[in-house]
Design a protein around this ligand. Structure first.
Ligand SMILES: [Ca+2]
Length: 472
């Protein structure tokens, strides 16, 4: 009798159990950002002198985008795009902020949206979106925050070290920021292993100054160029910390249910230490070298491994993709916002949901073009075509990126109608923006010229430093 009852109970509960098992579990969301990493400064992107097994594993286990972009060619504007899913020019945040400037407080952050969706939210690393109390991560949707507020670890007076925060509290400077940010990320995941979480992990690596624990510097003693040696050491320590975070996910059996994004916030600054591969230009420019970055997405439970896609994508897509993955409606690009946990009346997003592309259900996105604006510089990409003015001294130039990734062959004179059409497209986009609220002394696009000049002088004037600006 007892056995019969047990069987009966089991039969009655079976459909419920099946329903529970079938209910989609909301995935954790992990956004990992490298700072100033070059397009070709990890193994899967062609780097030869430093191994990056952890970053490479994201590509092997997920999707690597060869045409992955960021909307900003310098740190802070690119981060506006990550945390809002909107072009930073919508709020005039075209340049790195100075003094008390920061992310427009009217903007809704990804953390706020994920929090409203029931996620616990955390950040460890570099913020660079305002240093006043109301601009700090805990005021902008993050339940937990450990990290720094300005552009880098050398942002404050020499010798004193940049201030590190836990929530709103000042805490001690760690021996190595990259190591500590990774450890804090692991601890966050451990603490919240039983609930859906969103973790934003923007490393200060590999932004200058290129520092790493001595054991890492020793690993690269064979590299003659001191700048490259130190950069490789920093890339290596960051990769190891990413590897430790991935190992933590695996150990907690969260790997299948965690959607992971990895990018660099902008291209590598043009110097001999950074590798941007075949791309022209670098940080501070809207040449491909400033805006095209390593870009990978892993979600073992949903995305097939090892695919390489050439569809243009941008960091603005993280937010809508995460919302869709969490099972919420995605606010559209254009039109009124619908669905999702965002407050009614919040502005539209510029990113699109990448899940159908990531899952192989489509090879096209519902997006016509991508846009950039940085001082006198601008660019628009539609299909394989890019119209760009990357310096004060040049006229808009037209490139076919599929045939000419290095932007060497200007086709503007041969294709004036294409130039006009793309210019009109950009003008129409820019009409929706507001003017920059502050400027950047290097956005006249002369950086490349300065770098070329330095290259010529390098042999004769050893040790002479390239001109650098205020913040980066
Ligand atoms: Ca950066």
């Amino acid at each position: 009798m007892k056995t019969k009852l047990s069987i009966l109970t089991a039969l009655l509960l079976a459909p419920l159990a099946a329903l529970h098992a079938a209910a989609p579990q909301r995935p954790n969301i992990l956004v990992i950002v490298a700072d100033d990493m070059g397009y070709a400064d990890c193994g899967v992107q062609g780097c030869k002198d430093v191994a990056t097994p952890a970053i490479d594993s994201l590509a092997k286990n997920g999707v690597r985008f060869t045409n992955g972009y960021v909307s900003g060619c310098v740190c802070s504007p690119s981060r506006v795009g990550i945390v809002t899913g909107r072009y930073q020019q919508r709020t005039g945040h075209d340049a790195n902020p100075k003094a008390s400037f920061g992310l427009d407080l009217k903007e809704t952050t990804m953390a706020q949206r994920m929090k409203a969706a029931g996620y616990v939210t955390g950040m460890t690393g570099k913020w660079h979106l305002g240093e006043e109390k109301e601009q700090m991560p805990p005021a902008r949707g993050f339940d937990e925050f450990y990290g720094i507020l300005p552009h880098g670890i050398a942002a404050e007076k020499k010798g004193s070290g940049v201030q590190v925060w836990r929530g709103y509290d000042k805490v001690e400077t760690p021996p190595d920021h990259t190591v500590k940010f990774g450890e804090e990320a692991e601890a966050f995941i451990e603490r919240h292993k039983s609930q859906p979480w969103y973790l934003y992990l923007p490393f200060t690596a590999v932004h200058a100054p290129h520092v790493a624990p001595e054991s890492y510097v020793k690993k690269f003693a064979h590299i003659e160029d001191k700048g490259r040696r130190q950069l490789c050491a920093m890339i290596s320590v960051m990769d190891d910390r990413i590897g430790a975070v991935l190992a933590k996910l695996r150990a907690l059996k969260l790997e299948e249910n965690t959607l992971i994004f990895f990018i660099s916030d902008n291209g590598g600054p043009m110097s001999r230490a950074v590798h941007n591969g075949p791309l022209r230009g670098g940080k501070w420019t809207v040449w491909e070298g400033g805006i095209r970055v390593p870009f990978m997405v892993q979600w073992k439970g949903r995305i097939a491994p090892g695919r390489v896609l050439d569809t243009p994508v941008i960091q603005l897509d993280f937010l809508p993709t995460a919302l869709a993955a969490a099972g919420f409606g995605v606010p559209p690009s254009g039109g009124s916002e619908t669905g999702g946990p965002a407050k009614a009346g919040t502005p539209n997003l510029d990113g699109v949901n990448l899940l159908p592309l990531l899952e192989g259900k489509t090879d096209k996105l519902q997006r016509d073009a991508l846009f950039w604006r940085f001082g006198v510089q601008f660019a628009v990409r539609q299909g394989d075509w890019k119209l760009t003015k990357a310096s004060r001294d040049m006229q808009p130039a037209l490139f076919n990126l599929a045939a000419d990734i290095g932007e060497k062959n200007d086709l503007a004179a041969q294709q004036p109608d294409k130039v006009k059409q793309l210019q009109a497209l950009w003008d129409s986009w820019n009409a929706q923006n507001i003017p920059p609220r502050w400027d950047d002394q290097r956005w006249n696009g002369l950086e490349e010229k300065a770098a070329n000049k330095q290259e010529k002088k390098a042999k004769g004037k050893k040790g002479k430093k390239r001109q650098t600006g205020t913040t980066s």
